[in-house]
Design a protein around this ligand. Structure first.
Ligand SMILES: [Zn+2]
Length: 180
């Protein structure tokens, strides 16, 4: 796992992110900055659907797209919408530790049994569904995936600032993933 940069004060926020919506997200979530009021979104957040995470930030501050592993490859129209129509110029991608989208194959039987027993699926269809989609949604490593997704989105949206963040489920704080 890549090194995480701890943000305990404003001076821990790298200069390029200070005074941007990404820096503000750190201030709201980690540093208890009082919430200002916003009439439009400043930031697009891409984060995992995992239930263990809750962000502290003011109402209206951000659009949020939640998907397994903060994978935005299949949410690109929504990303484009937030930029084109919602006018955001900054994206925070937030991975987290113990993500369920790492090593999906280890949950294959659970996945298939769950669909058969709880959703009423035929076993063959559940297996086919797993093997079709698992390779698309597997992220490999939580931090490496966020860094590769950050690079991909920077190429796709060159004028948008994209920052790789990480949420530790043990302390519920946001970290920056070191890109060096
Ligand atoms: Zn996750």
């Amino acid at each position: 796992m890549k090194r995480l940069i701890k943000i305990d004060s404003i001076s821990d926020i790298p200069p390029e992110y200070q005074s941007t919506p990404v820096g503000l997200l750190f201030e709201y979530h980690n540093l208890e900055r009082p919430g200002e009021s916003y009439d439009k979104a400043q930031l697009l957040i891409g984060m995992c659907m995992d239930n263990r995470k809750h962000l502290h930030m003011p109402d209206n501050f951000a659009f949020i797209i939640r998907s397994g592993g903060a994978n935005l490859r299949y949410s690109e129209f929504k990303v484009s919408y937030a930029i084109g129509v919602g006018q955001v110029r900054h994206i925070a991608l937030i991975g987290h530790n113990n993500c369920g989208m790492v090593n999906l194959i280890a949950r294959k039987n659970e996945f298939i049994e769950g669909l058969v027993n709880s959703a009423g699926w035929e076993r063959d269809r559940a297996e086919e569904h797993f093997f079709h989609f698992a390779p698309m949604f597997e992220i490999g490593s939580e931090t490496d995936f966020i860094l590769s997704e950050t690079k991909r989105l920077r190429l796709r949206y060159p004028k948008i600032m994209i920052a790789p963040l990480f949420y530790l489920v043990e302390d519920n704080k946001l970290y920056l993933i070191d890109e060096k």
